[in-house]
Design a protein around this ligand. Structure first.
Ligand code: MG
Ligand code: ZN
Length: 232
């Protein structure tokens, strides 16, 4: 007998168990009025750079924190901590994605109810993070202008699992002859109606729109969060 069906069965059960934990996390975030936002992308698309900028700009006005997943090193947590926000690194060892249990364990000694926004940066990977619900309210998929415009066509599942596409490093668009129309068309082909935001964490271009959108998300969940982002 071929072993494949059994392996598939095990994998299905792992995913089912993840969904149970993710659902409990989401309920907890809603109960506590915390907006959880995750970031997925291939390695090097600029998740940490965007997050450091976002945390730095939000931190004086909102209660923000971040979890960051990598196979190894605490480098990203150290970078993000420069923002002044609470940050925790999740090292996954050989695992190429975060799962809901890792998020739950990382939050064990944190008072989630004291946060307006919790960011979760996934391991750089466009494949399996698509299958793992982390209990987040909003999933951002990042795509940098230095990647191929056909990424959405090659990795449709991750674009389908995400809520918003964020095009990063737009300050480099001209230099790399980034074809915005083509990438927009490819995103809409795999996920019709998907919202697309363009940012450069380096120059700050598009950060206003991006942050306003994050705050609106948090304000929808928590009455105490003011949707007026004029102070930012
Ligand atoms: Mg990173
Ligand atoms: Zn994986």
């Amino acid at each position: 007998m071929s072993p494949e069906p059994r392996l598939l069965e095990v994998r299905k059960n792992v995913l089912k168990q993840n969904d149970i934990v993710a659902r409990a996390l989401r309920d907890r975030f809603h109960r506590e009025g915390t907006s959880a936002i995750s970031l997925v992308s291939s390695p090097g698309a600029g998740k940490t750079t965007l997050l450091e900028k976002a945390l730095t700009l939000l931190q004086p006005h909102y209660r923000v924190a971040a979890l960051v997943g990598d196979l190894a090193t605490e480098n990203d947590a150290r970078r993000l901590a420069r923002s002044g926000a609470p940050v925790k690194q999740i090292t996954t060892g050989t695992l190429c994605h975060l799962d809901a249990g890792m998020v739950e364990r990382a939050l064990e000694d944190w008072d989630v109810g004291k946060l307006d926004l919790l960011f979760v940066e996934n391991v750089g990977n466009l494949v399996c993070p698509a299958s793992y619900d982390l209990g987040e309210d909003l999933r951002l998929v990042l795509l940098s202008v230095t990647e191929g415009e056909d990424k959405p066509l090659k990795y449709p599942t991750i674009f389908n699992s995400a809520d918003v596409a964020v095009i990063t490093k737009i300050d480099l668009a001209a230099a790399v002859e980034f074809d915005e129309h083509s990438v927009q068309a490819n995103i809409q082909a795999v996920r019709p109606g998907m919202r697309v935001v363009q940012v450069s964490a380096r120059t700050g271009e598009g950060m206003d729109t991006f942050l306003r959108f994050m705050i609106e998300q948090a304000a929808r969940l928590q009455k105490g969060v003011c949707a007026d982002t004029g102070a930012l």
